[in-house]
Design a protein around this ligand. Structure first.
Ligand code: C2E
Ligand code: CA
Ligand code: CA
Length: 544
C-alpha cells in the first residue's frame, strides 16, 4: 500500500514540475513582453506630447508672423479687431496682445484683465525672435503657454495658448491610472503634468522614458509602474495558469496510469497464480541432533510457475503480505500440507509440521478458523502442528496476539517464535506472548565454533528457553562442528542445509523414510554392539 502512495506522490511531484516549469517560463516571457510593450507605449505617448506641443507652437508662431505681415502691430482699435479675428480663427489661441520692451502688456484681446502687468521678460538685443514661456494659471495640470514674436521695434506680439490645446490621447487604459507624464520647457518650466502613482505602485519598479523635441528645448517624461505594465498580460497569465493546471491534471493522470498499470497487471498475474494454486509447500526437515531422528519440518512456500520455474519467498512474500494475498495463500498452503502429509504424519504421530504466519495474521482471529478448517478433519492432528511467528517485525496488538496464541494452544497447536535475536523482542516479549518454542536465527548459528562471543549469546538463549520451559531449534545449520557446539550448549533440535534443503512433498516423504531406516539401522547396530558386549561379558563370565 505504502509503495503505491510513494509512486502516487512521485507522479504528482513530477507532474507539478513538468507543468510548472513551462508556467514559470511563460510568466517570465510574459513579464518581459509586458515591460517592452509598455515601454513602446510610453515612448509613443511621449512622442505624441512633443509632437502636439511642437505643432501648437508652430501654428502660433505662424499666426503671429501673419499678424506682423498684415501690419497689425499696434494697440489701435483696428489692429485689435485683427487680433480678435486671429483668436476666433485659432481655437487653441485664447488671447493675442502686445508687450513693450520691458515685457509689460500694452493691450490684449479679448481684454480679460486690464492691469498692466509684466507678462514677458524684458527684450534682449540678442534675444530670439520667438520666445516661449508659461503663465502661472493652471487648468487641469496644464499651464497656458505664451509665445512671443519680436516685431523689431522693441515691441513684441504675443499669443496665449489655451491649456486644453495640449491635451492629447493619454494612452491605453492599463497605463493611464498608474502613470505620470509631464512636458517641460527648457530646464524646468512645466507645461503640464498628469497622473501620479498610487501607494500600491510604491513597491513596484518604475519604468521611465524621456522624449526630447528636436525643434524646441522641450522634453516629455513618461513613467509607469511596472505592476501596471504586468496588468497588460494578466489575462494571458491566467490562461497560462489554467493551461498549466490542466497540464498538471493530465500529467498526474498519465503518471498514475503509468505507475498503476504495471501494478494492476502484476496484481492480476498474482491473483491468477493464487487461484491456480501455484503457491505450494516445500518442506525442510528439522532434526533431532542427539539421535539423528526426524522431528518434523518447516513448511516453506514456493511459487511454482506453470513453466516449472520455482521462485523463493524472498521474491514475492513482501508483495503478498503488503497486498493481503498472503491470507489466501496460507490457507491453500495449509490445506495442501494436510493433503500431502496426512499419511506420513498419521503414521508418525511425533512428527511436527511448522507453518509460517506473518504479523498480519495476528490482527484478527481468522487464522484460528483457518487452522481449524485445514487440520481438524485431516490426518494431521493439532498436536503435530506448529505455527511460527517472526520476532523480526513487531506485533501491533500484543493483547490480541496473546489471545490468539492461547486459543491455538488450547487446540493443541504449538507456537514458535521465529528468527529470535533479530528483532526487538527480548525476554518480556517472549513471556508475554507465551510461545512454546524459540527458533534461533541463522545469524547466531553461523559463527558457532569460530567466535566465542556468539556461543555466549546462544548460551543465554538456551538458558532463557530452559527457564521459561520452551523448546529450542537452531536454524541454518550448515557445518558439522556447529552441531557439536549446539550439543555442548544443550540444543537438541536443528534445521539447515547440512541436513537438507527445503524440498517437495515426495522428496520429504522419502527423506523421512530414509531417516527412519537409518535410525533403525543405528539402533540395530547399537543392539549388535550391546549383544557383542554381552557376549564379551558372557564370555568373560564364562571365563571367570
Ligand atoms: P524463515 O521462516 O526464517 O525460513 C528459513 C529460511 O532459511 C528459508 O528460506 C530456508 O530455506 C532458509 N534456510 C534453511 N536452512 C538454511 C541454511 O542452512 N542456510 C541458508 N543459507 N538458508 C537456510 P526461504 O524458504 O527462502 O524462506 C524465506 C522466508 O520467507 C522465511 O524465513 C519466511 O520468513 C518466509 N516464508 C517462507 N514461507 C512462508 C510462508 O508460508 N508464510 C509466510 N508468512 N512466510 C513464509
Ligand atoms: Ca520460519
Ligand atoms: Ca527463521
Amino acid at each position: 500500500m505504502t509503495r503505491r502512495y510513494v509512486i502516487f506522490f512521485r507522479a504528482v511531484v513530477i507532474a507539478l514540475v513538468l507543468a510548472t516549469a513551462p508556467l514559470m517560463a511563460t510568466n517570465v516571457i510574459l513579464n518581459d513582453y509586458a515591460v517592452s510593450h509598455t515601454m513602446e507605449e510610453m515612448e509613443a505617448i511621449g512622442q505624441r506630447y512633443v509632437k502636439r506641443a511642437e505643432e501648437v507652437i508652430n501654428e502660433t508662431v505662424v499666426t503671429l508672423q501673419q499678424l506682423d505681415r498684415d501690419n497689425a502691430k499696434t494697440c489701435s482699435m483696428e489692429d485689435r479687431t485683427v487680433f480678435m479675428d486671429a483668436v476666433s480663427q485659432k481655437g487653441m489661441i485664447s488671447a493675442v496682445g502686445l508687450v513693450d520692451a520691458f515685457g509689460k502688456r500694452m493691450c490684449v484681446v479679448p481684454d480679460l484683465d486690464t492691469a498692466e502687468t509684466n507678462i514677458l521678460p524684458a527684450a534682449r538685443p540678442d534675444g530670439p525672435l520667438v520666445g516661449i514661456g508659461m503663465l502661472d494659471k493652471e487648468y487641469r495640470g496644464a499651464k497656458s503657454a505664451i509665445v512671443s514674436w519680436d516685431l523689431g521695434n522693441t515691441n513684441r506680439l504675443y499669443a496665449i495658448i489655451s491649456p486644453a490645446a495640449i491635451a492629447v490621447d493619454p494612452g491605453p487604459e492599463y497605463i493611464r491610472s498608474h502613470r505620470r507624464a509631464e512636458l517641460t520647457l527648457g530646464k524646468n518650466l512645466k507645461w503640464f503634468s498628469v497622473g501620479g502613482f498610487t501607494s500600491g505602485d510604491a513597491n513596484s519598479e518604475i519604468l521611465a522614458t524621456n522624449v526630447k523635441s528636436t525643434r524646441y528645448p522641450m522634453e516629455a517624461k513618461v513613467a509607469v509602474a511596472r505592476s501596471s505594465a504586468n496588468q497588460l498580460v494578466a489575462p494571458l497569465k491566467l490562461i497560462a495558469l489554467l493551461a498549466s493546471a490542466a497540464m498538471t491534471v493530465l500529467f498526474v493522470a498519465i503518471g498514475i496510469w503509468v505507475s498503476w498499470r504495471p501494478e494492476n497487471e502484476a496484481n492480476d498475474e498474482f491473483n491468477k497464480a493464487v487461484r491456480n494454486g501455484e503457491f505450494v509447500p516445500f518442506y525442510q526437515p528439522v532434526m533431532d541432533i542427539e539421535n539423528g531422528t526426524l522431528r518434523g519440518c518447516e513448511v516453506l512456500m514456493r511459487w511454482q510457475r506453470p513453466t516449472g520455474e520455482i521462485i523463493s519467498p524472498g521474491q514475492f512474500m513482501a508483495y503478498a503480505e503488503a497486498n493481503g494475498h498472503i491470507f489466501e495463500m496460507t490457507r491453500q498452503l495449509m490445506l495442501k500440507t494436510a493433503e500431502e502429509m496426512g499419511e506420513l504424519y498419521s503414521q508418525n504421530p511425533d512428527l511436527k509440521l511448522s507453518i509460517n504466519l506473518f504479523a498480519g495474521h495476528f490482527h484478527d482471529r481468522q487464522v484460528v478458523a483457518d487452522l481449524k478448517k485445514a487440520y481438524e478433519k485431516s490426518d494431521i492432528s493439532f498436536q503435530q502442528v506448529v505455527v511460527e511467528v517472526t520476532e523480526r517485525y513487531p506485533l501491533e496488538d500484543m493483547d490480541l496476539a496473546r489471545k490468539i496464541i492461547s486459543e491455538l494452544q488450547a487446540l493443541g497447536i504449538r507456537v514458535a517464535l521465529d528468527d529470535v535475536g533479530t528483532g526487538h523482542g527480548g525476554m518480556a516479549y517472549l513471556q508475554k506472548l507465551g510461545v512454546d518454542i524459540i527458533k534461533i536465527d541463522k545469524m547466531f548459528i553461523d559463527p558457532l565454533g569460530s567466535d566465542e562471543n556468539s556461543t555466549t549469546i546462544v548460551d543465554s538463549m538456551v538458558e532463557l528457553a530452559d527457564n521459561l520451559g520452551m523448546g529450542i531449534i537452531a536454524e541454518g545449520v550448515e557445518e558439522e562442528d556447529q552441531i557439536d557446539r549446539l550439543l555442548e550448549l544443550g540444543v537438541t533440535a536443528a534445521q539447515g542445509y547440512y541436513f537438507a534443503k527445503p524440498m517437495n512433498a515426495e522428496d520429504y516423504i522419502a527423506f523421512a523414510k530414509k531417516t527412519e531406516e537409518n535410525a533403525a539401522a543405528d539402533v540395530a547396530q547399537a543392539d549388535e554392539f550391546a549383544y557383542e558386549e554381552d557376549m564379551d561379558f558372557e564370555s568373560e563370565e564364562v571365563a571367570a
